[in-house]
Design a protein around this ligand. Structure first.
Ligand code: AMP
Length: 437
């Protein structure tokens, strides 16, 4: 085809695509987004929407000059005035940029934000990895305590619970404070120096640029060296150790299942103290569902006050793919409450009027304008999962009565056309729980 979709991206469509791609159904996205909004409200988070592109320097500065995102994955372009702009590859930096720029700390010292937004990364596309993906993310700004870290982790795991996911692995680690990391980097340097020539080319480059990133490597040749590398847990300062121990204790007291993963460093530069990642054994190579951590220095490094923060991002595509693999049922999309099938143009006119009146009264109504045979129209009513169906032909118009058919039970009852709108509104009220919320 002449015009086809670019590589690594996908459409979210209203109809059911073939089975294994059901996560691309827009009704499922609507369902997930509704869960997110309810969850965010329960946890006191307010929505933030930032532009899809930002100045390139924002990501270079915050995500880190040596990170994979900045070195390989950004969609960067110059606009007509020669400014370098970048499509948002992650959500934290734009939120913090907005927070600093609008001085939101003056409104409230402690704030929790959430976003649902597309992210753009130029990565090699494969199952679970796209060039545009969507993240639900949250940022809790203003509190430096372990309690805040645990609230954020609890929010993330509660999200997975509400969408019906099970058997997820919650891995946590700490990157300590500056003091802990300085000592740890020295130890890593000593250790990896001995194995340098056997590391992957990427990790060899990381050795001098940002040594902790070697621990993030997915290259098979690096894995045995990563497994025996020193653990940051042996280099923690007293303060960092006590913060991490508190996080662990609190997580357990909330009844969350978790494990320490001492090699978990996450790919971005701005983390310190607690980092975490949730993964699913059912996602193959791209098994991370979501992750985040504390990034206390970021606000100050972007020109704001020295305020701590912690947050996460979780990929919605992978969440929905895991739901599918675990056999979680998505609710079926709601069809119209009533489906009118007019036979002839006079009937069409009457049905149009009723449809509009019902819609204005907030009853989902549909009129079949196809002009097709009755049988075909009934099939459409079924396909759309209409709750009721009403056929209006010449006989019905002459007699002023019609048969209102409940699609699920195949039972019909007579309805007088003169007070049809009132009656349908009344049925809608009565059947609310059954068909529509
Ligand atoms: P990150 O900021 O890299 O930790 O990403 C947060 C989450 O976004 C990951 O755990 C994934 O669920 C999701 N994610 C990141 N990159 C991609 C991608 N290229 N395609 C699909 N999902 C992604």
């Amino acid at each position: 085809m002449e015009y086809s979709i670019p590589k690594g991206v996908f459409d979210i469509l209203p109809q059911e695509p073939h089975k294994e791609d059901a996560w691309r159904n827009s009704a499922h996205w609507e369902y997930i987004e509704k869960i997110i909004r309810e969850l965010a409200r329960d946890y006191g988070c307010r929505e933030i929407r930032t532009p899809i592109f930002e100045r390139t320097e924002l990501f270079v500065r915050s995500v880190g000059e040596t990170s994979d995102i900045v070195t390989k994955e950004m969609y960067t372009f110059t606009d007509k005035a020669d400014r370098s702009l970048t499509l948002r590859p992650e959500g934290t930096a734009p939120v913090i940029r907005a927070f600093v720029e609008k001085q939101l700390h003056l409104q409230r010292p402690i704030q929790k934000f959430f976003y649902i937004a597309p992210m753009f990364r130029y990565e090699r596309p494969q199952a679970g990895r796209y060039r545009q993906h969507h993240q639900f993310g949250m940022e809790a700004i203003g509190v430096c305590s372990a309690e805040q870290d645990v609230e954020v982790i609890d929010l993330l795991t509660e999200f997975y619970r509400r969408v019906g996911l099970k058997n997820l692995k919650v891995a946590i680690n700490t990157l300590g404070d500056l003091d802990s990391r300085t000592k740890y980097r020295e130890a890593l340097h000593k250790y990896f120096e001995e194995h340098l020539d056997r590391l992957s080319p990427d990790s060899q480059a990381r050795f001098s640029r940002n040594i902790m990133r070697i621990l993030d490597s997915k290259s098979p040749e690096d894995q045995e060296f990563i497994a025996s590398a020193p653990s940051i847990l042996d280099f923690l300062s007293t303060a960092a150790k006590s913060h991490f121990e508190k996080v662990c204790t609190l997580l357990s007291s909330l009844g969350l299942a978790w494990e320490i993963s001492p090699r978990l460093v996450r790919g971005l530069d701005y983390y310190n103290h607690t980092v975490f990642e949730v993964s699913s054994g059912q996602l193959g190579a791209q098994n991370a569902l979501g992750g985040g951590g504390r990034y206390d220095g970021l606000i100050a490094s972007l020109g704001g006050p020295d305020i701590p923060s912690v947050g996460f991002g979780t990929g919605l595509e992978r969440v929905m793919q895991t739901m599918e693999r675990q056999g979680v049922q998505f609710p079926s999309p709601q069809g119209p409450f009533i489906y009118f099938i007019p036979l002839g143009s006079q009937a069409s006119e009457a049905c149009m009027k009723w449809t509009a009146a019902l819609r204005h009264a907030r009853v989902a109504a549909e009129v079949d304008l196809s002009g097709k045979k009755l049988q075909t129209c009934l099939q459409t009513a079924n396909l759309l999962q209409a709750a009721f169906c009403l056929v209006i032909g010449e006989d019905e118009q002459l007699s002023g009565k019609a048969q209102l058919k409940e699609m699920a039970t195949h039972q019909s009852k007579e309805i007088v056309l003169d007070d049809l709108v009132e009656r349908i509104i009344q049925y809608h009220q009565e059947k609310k729980g059954k068909y529509h919320e």
